[in-house]
Design a protein around this ligand. Structure first.
Ligand code: C5P
Length: 304
């Protein structure tokens, strides 16, 4: 974005993600875990609108809005503050989040808001930040935030923030079941550490089978290859998720897994029609708060 382009307000649309591989290594001295993390951006979106204001203010609308913190700890607020500090200006902006991604759901909803606010403020202020600068700011905000910016499909290594874009053929059809309460990501990692306390946890590596399945666009192959090392920890903290996973499998899903740190559960369908059927059977099962279909990959944060 150039300095000469100015806007009254800017809206950015940012997708959710599902992890088709989430391999977790041992806890590092800094408390984080090295990951081999294959992200797929899927078509559930938050929209972040920034408008000039006297002081920084965050508002949120949507079914989960009451659970979103509106203070300076909100990732969108932190993104605006970080970009403003870097460019020697005040973060004088009203950030409005239209939230459709579940809160504390394992689908990078908070990360989406951080990436969206960063891109929106860059456009509003004409700061002209390069993609590398935006990615570095995203990585400071959180491990999943860089992926929310780029979207598509990517391998995340390090704590998940070092990204390699991946080739995908076609579109994968998903059903997502939202849980009636959230799970804290740090709590799920702590449970992973507790459950694995006596185990020899190997360093995480990308699964060639996952990469091949994405590249070939074969949902059957992807269904066999997916994995999530955080799933036992999420199930330990939220045992009812096992019922939702079983209901989705019985409804014809090719595979069922916890999305990221959960508690959203993800079901891979063979095609769009099958996704619609699985979604309606899952709704009728009454094992979750709500059920949505979404396709991926989709592009990352985009000014609309
Ligand atoms: O990076 P982010 O702030 O999103 O991470 C939230 C929490 O999740 C961290 O504080 C840490 O407890 C856990 N985490 C981890 N290893 C990672 C990513 C996140 O232990 N690679």
């Amino acid at each position: 974005m150039t300095e000469s382009e100015t806007y009254v307000s800017v809206t950015v649309r940012v997708p959710a993600k599902v992890n088709v591989q989430l391999s977790v290594g041992p806890a590092r001295p800094d408390g984080y875990h090295d990951l081999a993390n294959v992200f797929l951006a899927v078509g559930l979106y938050d929209e972040i609108t920034v408008t000039p204001a006297d002081t920084l203010r965050v508002t949120c609308a949507g079914p989960d809005a009451a659970q979103v913190p509106l203070d300076r700890g909100n990732l969108a607020a932190r993104a605006a503050i970080a970009l403003a500090e870097r460019h020697g200006r005040e973060p004088a902006v009203h950030i409005h989040i239209d939230k459709d991604i579940p809160v504390a759901g394992g689908m990078a909803g908070g990360s989406a808001d951080g990436a969206g606010a960063l891109l929106a403020c860059d456009a509003l202020w004409g700061t002209g930040a390069s993609r590398d600068e935006l990615l570095a700011l995203c990585a400071d905000l959180g491990s999943d935030v860089p992926f929310s910016l780029i979207g598509g499909a990517a391998l995340g290594t390090g704590r998940g923030e070092k990204l390699t874009e991946l080739a995908v053929t076609g579109t994968f059809h998903w059903v997502f079941a939202m849980a009636p309460r959230g799970l804290s990501t740090p709590a799920v990692f702590r449970e992973f550490d507790r459950l694995g306390a006596d185990a020899d946890i190997p360093d995480p590596v990308a699964s060639q089978a996952v990469l091949d399945a994405l590249a070939s666009g074969d949902p059957g192959a992807l269904a066999v290859a997916v994995s999530n090392d955080l799933q036992p920890a999420a199930l330990s903290l939220f045992p009812e998720l096992a019922d939702t996973l079983a209901a989705g499998r019985a409804a014809g899903a090719l595979t069922a897994l916890v999305s990221g740190s959960g508690p959203t559960t993800a079901f891979l369908a063979g095609d769009a029609d099958s996704a619609t059927v699985i979604a309606s059977v899952l709704r009728a099962s009454g094992t979750s708060a709500s059920v949505r279909t979404a396709e991926g990959p989709v592009p990352g944060a985009t000014v609309v």
